[in-house]
Write a protein that binds this ligand. Structure first.
Ligand code: PAF
Length: 282
């Protein structure tokens, strides 16, 4: 495994890989790897000959009041885990390598970036699409793998790839969960033991909603109401949103139909957790 920090160096290395006819897979991350990220590496290895992982805590997707400075980092551990899991290249740039001053250009997916997490994080998806577009141009992967846990992010990236004609296949890999159902996230380390004990209610509420839909409940308002009620049985929970939306447009639906999923964001203390479940597959 090679670790490269400069754009010119990774471009030079990957040009050779491409010329040898190998398929390149990209797994973009912000590091502090857990099994969720590593499952993306497995999917990339199944779909590509060479796997590139980027590790970059992207400042443009954090608002000034968010957790950029305290976002967990441990490059030595990430390096070891990535190597053991079969990553071929880590791209690990500094901030001024990715955003040399002056920096003015952003990629925006307009209204898709303004709903769900975009309501409380208005600049977040502009930062995500900008850095992912830059990584796509630098790495020029054939396939890129994202996690279903960040469902809105994955849907927005698919849309960006389609709108801007990136010749890249996007694969979305399933959510990896703790045994009690909590979705893996780098931010789980912020939870106190009390918060951690209460947080699995999120997945329980989503699973009950899915079961209710299987029993023919279809009215979105009613399903969302039940999810809220269940989550609020844990006293430390503060709901940011519970939305039942279409997986192509991210617009709310009134009745569950193929492609409908429920997405939630819930605060436990200062930690904002997100999760989602398909109510009906397409
Ligand atoms: O999902 C993440 O970790 C980040 O949003 C991403 C896609 C690596 C862009 O910074």
């Amino acid at each position: 495994m090679q670790i490269l920090t400069k754009i010119d160096d990774i471009c030079r290395e990957l040009r050779k890989v491409r010329l040898s006819g190998k398929i390149i897979g990209l797994v973009p991350t912000m590091g502090y790897l857990h099994e969720g990220h590593l499952s993306l590496v497995d999917v990339a290895n199944d779909n590509a000959d060479v796997v590139v992982m980027s590790i970059f805590v992207n400042p443009t997707q954090f608002a000034p009041n968010e957790d950029l400075a305290r976002y967990p980092r441990d490059f030595a551990r990430d390096e070891k885990l990535a190597r053991e899991r079969g990553v071929d290249y880590i791209f690990y740039p500094e901030s001024d390598e990715m955003y040399p001053a002056p920096y003015f250009t952003y990629v925006v997916t307009e209204q898709m970036a303004k709903v769900l997490c975009g309501v409380s994080r208005p600049i977040h998806f502009r930062g995500v699409t900008t850095i992912v577009a830059k990584l796509f141009n630098i790495v020029q992967p054939d396939v890129a793998v994202f996690g279903q846990k960040d469902a809105q992010q994955a849907i927005i990236i698919r849309q960006m790839v389609r709108d801007l004609n990136f010749p890249i296949r996007i694969i979305v890999a399933p959510i990896v969960r703790e045994p009690d159902g909590l979705a893996l996230s780098s931010r789980n380390v912020y939870l106190s033991s009390e918060e951690r004990a209460q947080a699995p209610i999120i997945y329980k509420a989503l699973s009950e909603a899915k079961a209710a839909v299987e029993q023919d409940l279809a009215e979105a308002g009613q399903i969302a109401g039940q999810i809220r009620q269940t989550i609020l049985t844990t006293p430390l929970a503060r709901i940011d949103y519970v939305e039942i939306v279409d997986d192509r447009t991210l617009q709310p639906v009134k009745v569950v139909e193929p492609g409908t999923f429920v997405a939630v964001a819930v605060y436990y203390g200062k930690t904002r957790l997100i999760d989602n479940v398909y109510l009906k597959e397409r």
